[in-house]
Design a protein around this ligand. Structure first.
Ligand SMILES: Nc1ncnc2c1ncn2[C@@H]1O[C@H](COP(=O)(O)OP(=O)(O)O)[C@@H](O)[C@H]1O
Ligand SMILES: [Mg+2]
Length: 264
């Protein structure tokens, strides 16, 4: 059973259909890369998965549970939206760390807030919070930041801040970790640093959806690649097909432009 099944997702803004009938599935431990020009709908698709936008049509199924069905009004409501969102971790291009909190605090913050709702919180508060801190330290260590726990965002490089953002998403133990152009705001050196961390996550079989412009990286880490253009899936398949041997004219043209720019 796939960990994620996305079926027939469409989304309009006004009269513009930004997503048209997008479907894909993801096996546990697999990574999907989404590529496509600016404005093709990649961010909107991730936002739909996180219920920051409500799709007009389609279904989303996680671990065999249909968590969203556009034809069901209850499913479209805010009810249970937090639990639904917790299936997905999100890492944005702009790291969005809280400037007033340290790296460690940025990673523990959401977990500590959620823990307050646990029925055993009052009696177990100290133990629960200690566990959240221990877990956060382990994750920060795994992204190479064990020496930066007490640093504030302004004391960290862009690459380090993005690694904190990755740790923050991992700390809530999502089923699927989503990245929206995680290195687009970084210079080449820091880009390499962040891509290495994501690659290690792939090696450790973290299930991920990665919107990226880094084609050689996408080729290395993804089980499948989805090429979107103007809200439609033009090509979907293994990287050896979509990136190395595209079948569709639109994919070929996109990649030609991409590699031309890269060589300049
Ligand atoms: N909240 C919104 N309201 C209206 N139009 C939007 C909104 N968000 C995105 N769009 C439009 O949807 C299209 C796809 O945008 P986006 O998903 O950000 O593409 P990408 O991430 O591939 O660059 C663009 O034309 C964009 O202007
Ligand atoms: Mg985008």
């Amino acid at each position: 059973m796939p960990i994620l099944e996305v079926r027939n997702i469409s989304k309009c803004f006004g009269n513009t259909e930004v997503l048209k009938d997008i479907s894909f599935s993801l096996e546990k431990g697999e990574s999907l890369s989404i590529i496509g020009s600016s404005g093709s709908g990649k961010t909107t698709l991730l936002r739909c998965l996180n219920f920051l936008e409500v799709p007009d049509t389609g279904t989303i199924t996680v671990n065999g549970n249909m968590i969203f069905d556009a034809s069901d009004p209850e499913s479209r409501s805010e009810k249970g939206i937090r639990e639904k969102r917790l299936h997905f971790g999100l890492v944005f291009q702009s790291f969005n760390l809280f400037p007033q909190y340290t790296a460690l605090e940025n990673v523990t913050l959401a977990g500590m807030l959620l823990a307050k709702e646990r029925p055993d919180y009052k009696s177990e508060k100290i133990r629960i919070n200690e566990q959240i801190i221990t877990n956060a330290k382990e994750i920060l260590d795994s992204v190479g930041l064990s020496g930066k726990l007490d640093n504030y965002p302004h004391q960290l490089s862009g690459g380090q801040q993005q690694r904190v953002a990755i740790a923050r998403a991992l700390a809530l133990n999502p089923d699927i970790l989503c990245f929206d152009e995680p290195t687009s705001a970084l210079d080449p050196e820091l880009t390499g640093e962040v891509l290495r961390v994501i690659r290690e996550l792939a090696d450790r079989k973290t299930t991920m959806i990665i919107v990226t412009h880094e084609m050689s990286f996408a080729r290395m880490v993804s089980g499948n690649v989805l090429f979107m253009d103007e809200g439609v899936t033009v090509e979907y398949g293994p990287p050896e097909q979509v990136i190395a041997h595209p079948r569709e004219e639109r994919t070929k043209r996109f990649l030609e432009r991409y590699f031309e720019n890269e060589n300049n």
